[in-house]
Structures are given as structure tokens and as C-alpha cells.
Design a protein around this ligand. Structure first.
Ligand code: ADP
Length: 448
């Protein structure tokens, strides 16, 4: 492509150069021959007046001396009849036809110049005609073709050289990148990286490609982890339910056993939560999380949630503390309940040693903010940045706590959709626990 472009550009330049050079030569020729014609016209006035055609011919023969390429010169009288003519030795004689006025034109390989002969009183008495052979033009054309050819060869050579250099610095790395991409696609080995040299655009592209591959690897890892956790999390309650049902079947006739039914229900609830969480995630991902916005008192909702979760744990005491306000928010009550229940359940789940859980709610600058504080395992600073991500679980696996890493992600999305904020504070030390906060825009405030 590069060589072709160079060839076209160079060809156009050479054509323009040849055209101007030839035109320049022709213009110069017209000017110099016109000057000679004017001199001959002036010199032939008296010859014409005295009908001295021999004298006129002698004057015309003067053109022999200069090397202008003149082959024929003639004087026509005022009626256009030949008065005198001269043919340069070795040239073909030419018969001039009469023209009106001072003029010049090119025809074949000749230039024709006509100059009127007038007396001092401006009376037209004849015309000087000159025919000039453009032999030099042929030589000039020949020379120009040689120069053009030499320039073309040099141009193509240079273009090839630049193309080879470009090939090395642009095409080769690009082709290498394409090759690696193909290999990765075929082998599905996304850990494969491109070697990056330098800091040019190709290197930036290669770097970005490597980063992209890192992301692909991470998302594959997340997917694999998720499948592992999902199969485990779904299997455990299912196995339990199955076992309790088998036991129930055996002893049903002998004595009714409520504990087994309760256990089976607990596990079914767990399964149901997992399935609902997964459905919520797919709704969030598809941008289809619908909110049913209505005004309600968030303090009442908090109290209901506390009572519900308190029923599920005997080890923990959940209390409401601090400034308690009756704030009206416009939000989806069920979804906000989902958030509070999730945060309270986590507070219970991640403080296995039991103790207190403190819930506060307060109103600040058109917002109501709720906090849930526990005294459990805490969350390290590094994990705090990631726990709201999908499928992320901080070292909780280490405490043998089951989970999917979806609850906080869903809470985050719900609060975000309501125009609120959710965050966590923790010193990351066991026993000091963590405090989760969320805030929502408030509609009105009823003093408690
Ligand atoms: P799950 O509890 O199912 O793992 P979540 O999205 O609710 O998923 O929580 C994500 C992670 O955040 C948990 O795995 C846990 O490591 C951490 N986490 C959440 N709440 C707490 C808490 N109150 N104390 C300590 N760690 C917590």
C-alpha cells in the first residue's frame, strides 16, 4: 500500500514537473521568436516599400546565423502573397498561409510565429512568418523522462525501505497480537500474555489486551468459585431436608416429631433465600429490578425487622439505640426490609460468639441513616472495598460460615437504585466487629 501510494504521489509530482518544464520552454521559445519576427518586420519595411524581394530574402537569410531552430522564414505582402522566403540549409521549404494579426501557434513539431509589418503611419504592408522546429523540445522531453525514471526508482527504493521499517515497528507487533489472540481463542488459555516492548501505541494496546485477559481470568475464577460455592450451598440444605424427611417417614406412625419438620423448614427457607438471591442478581444484571415506591415509616420497619431476626437467635441481643426518629421515606418497603434483614442476619452470622447487635437510625440533612453494629469477626480494610461486589466473600470461609457473597451486592444495588448510600466501617479486628450503614433520602419527619 505504502509503495503504491508513494508511486502514485511521485508519478503525479513528476507529471506536474514535466508539464511545467515543457510549457516553460514553449513560452520562452514564443517570446524569443516573436522578438526575432519583430526585428525582421522592422528590417523589411523598406524592402516591401521598394518591392525589393531580393533584399528581403537577404534580410531573412540572417536567421541562418542564430541557433534558434528556425527552418523557414518568409515575408508576405499586404494581400497575403509570398514576397520573399528563405529556407535554412538542410530544411524542408514551407508555404505559409496568410493570417490576420500578430499570432503564434504550435502544430506538430513546429512553432509558427506571424508578425505584421506596418509603416510609421501604421499602414499594414505585409507579414513576417517564421517556422521553428522544436528539436530541442524532444531532447528536453528525453532528459525529463530519464530524470523521472531515476526519481521513480529512488522513490520506490525509499518507499520499500520505509515500508520494511514500518513493517517491523507496526505490522509485525500487530500480527503478533492477532496471532496470540487466535491462540488464546483456540486454547482458551486466558492466562496467556502478550510480551510488551516500548511505550508506543502498539505497546499501550498490548498492555490493555493483557489487562483485559486478566479481567477474563478473574471473571472465570469468580464463575468457577461461584459454581463450587453454589453446588455446596444448595447441596447441604437439600441433603438435610432429604434426611429429615426420611426420618419423618420412618417414625411418622410411631410418634410425631416436630423438631424434624422444623429443621426441614429451616433448610427449605435457606434454599429459598439462595434461589431468591440468585433471581435478584439476574434481575439486577438485566436492569430489571423493579421498585414499588410508596411512603412509609422506616423506624417502624426497623423495629419489625429487629423483632423477626431476634426470634432466630438466642445468643444475640439486638437493641435499638441512639437518636430514634420516625422518618417517612418514599421507597420500596419490601426491598428496604430485605436490606435491613440482610444486614442484621450478617451481623448475627459473623459474630458467632454471640453478644450485642446495636441498631441506630438518625436523620441528617434530608436523609435518614441507619447503622447496624456487631461485635463479631470484623472486616479487614482490603476486604471492605470488595464486599459489595458480586460473589465476594471476605475470609468468612475460614470461620466456616456458609454464604454466597450475594447479600451485600443486592443491598448495594437496592440502596443505589433508591438514590442512597451504603458503606461499612470496621477496624478489622475480631471482637471489635463492624458497623454497616445505609442512608436514604427522607420525605418528611414526624417528631417522636
Ligand atoms: P455472604 O454472607 O452470603 O457471604 P454477603 O454479600 O452478605 O454474602 O457478604 C459478603 C461478605 O462480607 C461475607 O462473606 C463476609 O465475609 C463479609 N461480611 C458481611 N457482613 C459482615 C459482618 N457483619 N461482619 C463481618 N463480615 C461481614
Amino acid at each position: 500500500m505504502q509503495v503504491l501510494t508513494t508511486l502514485i504521489v511521485l508519478g503525479l509530482c513528476i507529471a506536474a514537473f514535466v508539464y511545467t518544464d515543457i510549457n516553460g520552454y514553449k513560452e520562452r521559445k514564443v517570446i524569443s521568436i516573436t522578438a526575432i519576427a519583430q526585428v525582421l518586420a522592422a528590417n523589411n519595411i523598406s524592402a516591401l516599400q521598394f518591392l525589393d524581394s531580393a533584399g528581403a530574402k537577404k534580410i531573412l537569410s540572417g536567421v541562418e546565423q542564430n541557433e534558434t531552430g528556425i527552418s523557414n522564414a518568409a515575408v508576405l505582402d499586404k494581400s497575403g502573397n509570398l514576397f520573399a522566403s528563405y529556407t535554412v540549409i538542410g530544411q524542408q521549404p514551407y508555404t505559409f498561409s496568410p493570417v490576420r494579426g500578430n499570432t503564434s501557434y504550435f502544430s506538430g513539431n513546429y512553432l509558427y510565429v506571424y508578425n505584421l509589418i506596418t509603416t510609421d503611419s501604421n499602414e499594414l504592408i505585409g507579414t513576417v512568418c517564421i517556422q521553428v522546429g522544436l528539436y530541442q523540445l524532444e531532447k528536453i522531453k528525453g532528459d525529463l523522462v530519464k530524470i523521472a525514471f531515476a526519481l521513480l526508482i529512488i522513490g520506490i527504493g525509499l518507499a520499500f525501505l520505509i515500508a520494511i521499517i514500518n513493517q517491523r515497528s507496526i505490522s509485525n507487533p500487530l500480527l503478533y497480537l492477532v496471532k496470540v489472540m487466535r491462540q488464546i481463542r483456540q486454547s482458551e488459555d486466558y492466562k496467556h500474555h502478550v510480551t510488551v516492548k516500548g511505550r508506543d501505541e502498539i505497546s499501550i494496546l498490548s498492555n490493555e489486551f493483557n489487562n483485559l485477559m486478566d479481567e477474563v481470568v478473574k471473571s472465570h475464577q469468580k464463575k468457577d468459585e461461584f459454581i463450587g460455592v453454589a453446588s455446596h450451598e444448595l447441596k447441604t440444605p437439600l441433603t438435610s431436608v432429604k434426611a429429615y424427611l426420611q426420618l419423618l417417614e420412618k417414625i411418622e406412625k410411631e410418634q410425631p416429631n416436630l423438631t424434624y419438620v422444623q429443621k426441614a423448614q429451616e433448610n427449605i427457607n435457606k434454599l429459598q433465600k439462595l434461589i431468591y438471591d440468585l433471581l435478584d442478581v439476574s434481575k439486577i444484571q438485566a436492569g430489571q429490578l423493579q421498585l414499588d415506591i410508596k411512603e412509609f415509616n422506616i423506624s417502624e420497619l426497623i423495629m419489625e425487622c429487629i423483632q423477626d431476626i431476634q426470634l432466630s437467635t438466642a445468643k444475640h441481643t439486638i437493641t435499638k439505640a441512639g437518636e430514634v426518629s420516625n422518618a417517612i421515606v418514599a421507597a420500596d418497603r419490601n426491598r428496604i426490609e430485605q436490606v435491613i434483614v440482610n444486614l442484621l442476619s450478617n451481623a448475627v452470622k459473623y459474630s458467632p460468639a454471640g453478644k450485642e447487635i446495636i441498631v441506630t437510625s438518625k436523620r441528617t440533612d434530608g436523609e435518614v441513616s441507619v447503622s447496624i453494629k456487631d461485635f463479631g469477626v470484623g472486616i479487614s480494610k482490603a476486604d471492605q472495598e470488595k464486599i459489595f461486589e458480586r460473589f465476594y466473600r471476605a475470609g468468612s470461609g475460614l470461620f466456616g460460615v456458609s454464604g454466597f457473597g450475594l447479600g451485600l451486592y443486592i443491598c448495594h444495588e437496592i440502596i443505589k437504585r433508591h438514590g442512597g448510600k451504603i458503606w461499612v466501617e470496621s477496624e478489622g479486628e475480631e471482637g471489635k466487629g463492624s458497623t454497616f450503614y445505609f442512608s436514604l433520602p427522607v420525605i418528611s419527619h414526624i417528631s417522636s
